[in-house]
Ligand binder design. Structure first.
Ligand SMILES: Nc1ncnc2c1ncn2[C@@H]1O[C@H](COP(=O)(O)OP(=O)(O)OP(=O)(O)O)[C@@H](O)[C@H]1O
Length: 605
């Protein structure tokens, strides 16, 4: 089912493409649904003949043929049962096809997500992705399993009705069909009205946005409580809910008249039928046949409403599901990073940036360069520190090395090989990335450490844990390395979690380390332990460290001072200080802040 972007159709065309993925099964389901619709009309025909027999008896006194009447009765029952059974089998087939399609689609989606560049996740929240996976794919399943057979039955029904209605008395038939046709003209006109499609699209997008923000809101509830914020102070959420409500109202208002008329006409067909029957009654010769037809049409008109309402409901759903699919495809169409034809491997781990520029929002004409013509070399086994003000481009440089994004110009090489010429899995195996945000899975500590390397021996794991100052606290836990993180009140401090992540990186044993220095957990004991863990981690690796405290990088082999995406100064700590430039100013501000902390602490004493 995985398709090239060009092969993917949009909107309802795409929905049909998906619906008929399992063509034979779905076609069979549709055929059975149509047959079920035909069988569902047969009891009415039997009823016609039963009424005819009764009226003939009342009119002429000729005795009714009871065997024939019972035959009609059995025919009506048999047809109704056949209609139910056919519908049941149609639904069984459509469900089977739907689950198969759903399964494949989810697999494709998850596979695609796993292949997307990691930078994709900085633009898409978990709430958004969850909605796309859960809701839109579920809607497709619902459409194929239920609504498609309904739609086929509902499409077949008007055609069958047309012939049945015209067959007995074409004038009464047209009088019955007239309000139905009028109802649909009114409804489709309102669908086509200016802005209706836009309202639907906006409604859908707003629903998605509300979903994302509500996830954010729930996640941030502790902060709201801690800062004693009221619901209304969480303005973003409130505004989005309000806008969503506005779109709901807009849609409701734009369809309120047409929908009202639609329902009024469909539910009151007799209002057209009876006056016409009265008018015609003055011009007919055979009252008996005419009365019979009129009764038949009055009975039959009641049963027409159901299928037509279903048709309306299913076409609405079709529109919603199609919009949902477009959102799904927007993600499926996100370009994967190009894969090299002849992937290369490296001989050494020196990183070289050659005139690299990068922009995040390429689609925006005036979007600034996050990285602007950056050139530097981080020699194998050395420590390169990135310093600079917030937004100067430190994280961007770090993110470009494992190809979270591809550069817009220039190149990044590891051991003289352009990273775009490497197999992505191979590149990831070369780099350990240690983020500030520490994320541990709700699994055992051992499992969390083994994420670094599933084949690591217990000895290697313990060695890594010892080097990063984790072993002692792990041993003190009730089940040691088999303690589940977050279970039974087991809570790890921020510093402990940070050190576990360091141990995991050591276990991965990648030759390149990208380290986003943690600024939290800076109490003296923890800081000392974290420093020791960091030294163990950096040993022998080509390290790029995003430094937030200048004191931690004074021994770095190379310091890059960034300013607005450009390298403003570079060199070692002492060399940079001797230049009396930007770095010196940063250093002075930094040391002043430290002194201020000491002074203020003293003054408090
Ligand atoms: N995902 C993103 N989408 C769009 N722009 C981004 C994204 N991430 C960063 N930027 C922009 O790119 C520029 C460089 O950001 P970057 O995160 O690299 O800076 P930084 O020096 O690491 O900042 P900090 O120290 O605050 O983390 C900034 O202008 C930032 O707003």
């Amino acid at each position: 089912m995985t398709q090239s972007p060009q092969a993917i159709k949009r909107g309802s065309a795409r929905l049909w493409q998906l619906a008929f993925t399992h063509r034979i099964l779905v076609s069979f389901a549709c055929l059975l649904a149509i047959l079920s619709a035909i069988f569902a009309t047969l009891p009415f025909i039997a009823i016609y003949f039963i009424i005819k027999a009764i009226l003939t008896y009342l009119n002429t006194g000729i005795a009714m043929d009871s065997a024939q009447l019972i035959g009609y009765g059995w025919f009506a029952c048999g047809s109704a049962i056949a209609a139910v059974l056919l519908n049941f089998t149609a639904l069984a087939c459509s469900h089977f096809a739907a689950f198969k399609t759903l399964y494949q689609l989810k697999l494709d989606f998850i596979k695609h997500l796993s292949l997307l560049p990691l930078g994709f996740y900085s633009h898409h929240s978990t709430g958004e992705l969850r909605k796309v996976v859960d809701e839109n794919i579920e809607k497709i399943e619902l459409f194929i399993a239920h609504q498609l057979p309904d739609l086929m039955g509902s499409f077949a029904m008007p055609i069958i009705l047309f012939f049945v209605l015209i067959f007995f008395d074409w004038r009464l038939g047209l009088a019955t069909l007239f309000p139905v046709i009028l109802a649909y003209i009114i409804l489709f006109k309102s669908y086509g009205q200016k802005g209706a499609t836009k309202h639907f699209e906006n409604y859908h997008r707003q629903q998605e946005l509300m979903n994302n923000v509500s996830v954010e809101y729930v996640r941030g509830i502790s902060i709201i409580k801690a800062f004693n914020l009221t619901f209304f102070s969480f303005k973003k959420f409130y505004d989005i809910v309000k806008t969503y409500r506005d779109y709901c109202l807009k849609i409701t208002h734009s369809f309120e008249t047409s929908m009202g008329l639609f329902l009024l006409l469909l539910n009151n067909i007799y209002l057209f039928l009876i006056p016409l029957a009265i008018m015609l009654s003055f011009h007919i010769d055979n009252y008996f046949d005419f009365a019979l037809s009129t009764i038949f049409y009055l009975v039959f008109s009641v049963s027409i409403t159901g299928p037509f309402l279903k048709l309306m409901y299913v076409s609405n759903q079709l529109r919603l599901v199609s919009t949902g699919i477009d959102h799904l495809d927007d993600i499926l169409l996100t370009k994967l990073l190009p894969v090299p034809q002849n992937p290369q491997t490296v001989q050494n781990y020196t990183i070289h940036f050659d005139h690299v520029s990068f922009i995040y929002q390429q689609k925006l004409p005036l979007a600034p360069l996050a990285i602007d013509d950056v050139t530097f070399t981080a020699k194998q086994g050395t420590i390169t520190a990135l310093v600079g003000a917030s937004g100067s481009g430190k994280s961007t440089i770090a993110n470009l090395i494992p190809r979270f994004f591809d550069v817009d110009s220039g190149s990044i090489k590891i051991g003289d090989i352009d990273i775009r010429n490497m197999d992505n899995e191979y590149l990831q195996s070369l780099v350990s990335f240690v983020f500030q945000d520490v994320f541990l899975f709700k699994q055992t500590i051992l499992d969390n450490l083994k994420i670094g390397n599933n084949h690591a021996t217990m000895e290697q794991i313990i060695d890594a844990a010892k080097a990063t100052q984790c072993h002692d606290f792990i041993e003190s836990l009730p089940n040691g390395y088999n303690t589940v993180v977050g279970s039974n009140g087991i809570h790890l401090s921020g510093g402990e979690r940070q050190r576990l992540i360091f141990a995991r990186a050591i276990i991965k044993n990648a030759p390149i380390l990208i380290l986003d220095e943690a600024t939290a957990f800076a109490d003296p004991e923890n800081e000392h332990k974290i420093q020791q863990a960091m030294i163990a981690l950096m040993k022998g690796r080509t390290t790029i460290i995003i430094a937030h405290r200048l004191s931690s990088i004074i021994h770095a082999d190379h310091i890059l001072v960034l300013d607005q995406g450009k390298i403003r100064e570079s060199g070692q700590h002492q060399t940079l200080l001797a230049q009396h430039g930007y770095y010196k100013n940063m250093w002075q501000s930094y040391t002043q802040t430290l002194n201020w902390q000491i002074v203020s602490t003293k003054s408090e004493d």
